[in-house]
Design a protein around this ligand. Structure first.
Ligand code: UDP
Length: 238
């Protein structure tokens, strides 16, 4: 595989074409942004840590029956991934109430509902990734009802697998965001990162936050925390 030119640059990742039309290289950057770009910083080593964490978790999901776009890690901060047709929806899976759900419904962070909660959001910063429902997604032509049902099923399975492996690392999976794509055969594929930027992770023993909330809420030790998450997951999966 040869890495070719830069195809797309986002806030935290770059995507490069390769000599294989069906694969891209995703490079994780050290840049951190929050609140739609209002807060920005560079966090040394974040790209490498996020690449390592995402590679371990996506590889684990691939091996346990959840198809993802991840193929292999090709550098400290780079992954080889399958090209998919991206669906512009964000699925948020919540095990514990936190963040925007706590705020929107006036609930205390840390409440543990008996069921798993799935939010559906339309991806698009201009509108602020608005919360929508299945009917909106179908009306917008983004996915069929059948596909949405499968998306929730795959998300639930990924949630159980991730909860299990993170529990072994002493980490509670509070919530996470994932996106999906369709492969050449139309199969749904989890096509996203799984990192402390996109998952809320709490230290099970102390309740300490081990995710991007450290950056969002100025809690300090962001770099050290991402390194600790990578180390703990590696101890379980490597
Ligand atoms: N999340 C994300 N990208 C988004 C929105 C949310 O990765 O555009 C993640 C976020 O890091 C958290 C989960 O999804 O782990 C739920 O986020 P929430 O809706 O609570 O929003 P927040 O208050 O974190 O912005």
């Amino acid at each position: 595989m040869t890495k070719l030119e830069l195809q797309y640059e986002g806030k935290s990742k770059q995507i490069f074409r390769t000599d294989d039309e069906g694969k891209v290289v995703i490079r994780f950057k050290d840049d951190a942004t929050a609140f739609y770009n209002i807060k920005r910083a560079k966090i040394e080593n974040k790209g490498k840590m996020n690449c390592a964490i995402s590679s371990m978790l996506l590889g684990y999901l691939n091996e346990h029956g959840v198809a993802t776009h991840y193929v292999e890690q090709v550098a400290d901060d780079e992954q080889l991934c399958r090209v998919v047709e991206h669906i512009p929806l964000e699925i948020i899976v919540r095990n514990i109430i936190a963040g925007s759900m706590a705020k929107r419904l006036g609930l205390e962070e840390g409440l543990e509902p008996e069921n798993t909660i799935f939010d559906l959001c339309l991806r698009g910063e201009e509108l602020g990734d608005p919360l929508i429902n299945d009917h909106h997604a179908v009306a917008l032509g983004l996915a069929s009802y059948d596909e949405l049902a499968k998306i929730y099923e795959i998300s639930a399975k990924a949630n159980l697998l991730l909860q299990e492996v993170l529990a072994q690392a002493g980490i509670t999976l509070v919530d996470f965001k994932i996106e999906f794509g369709r492969d050449a055969e139309g199969n749904l594929v989890l096509a996203d990162e799984l990192t402390p930027d996109t998952c809320r992770l709490w230290d099970t023993a102390t309740g300490e936050r081990m995710d991007k909330d450290r950056f969002r809420r100025d809690l300090g030790h962001v770099r050290e925390t991402y390194e600790e998450v990578a180390k703990r997951i590696a101890n379980v999966l490597k």
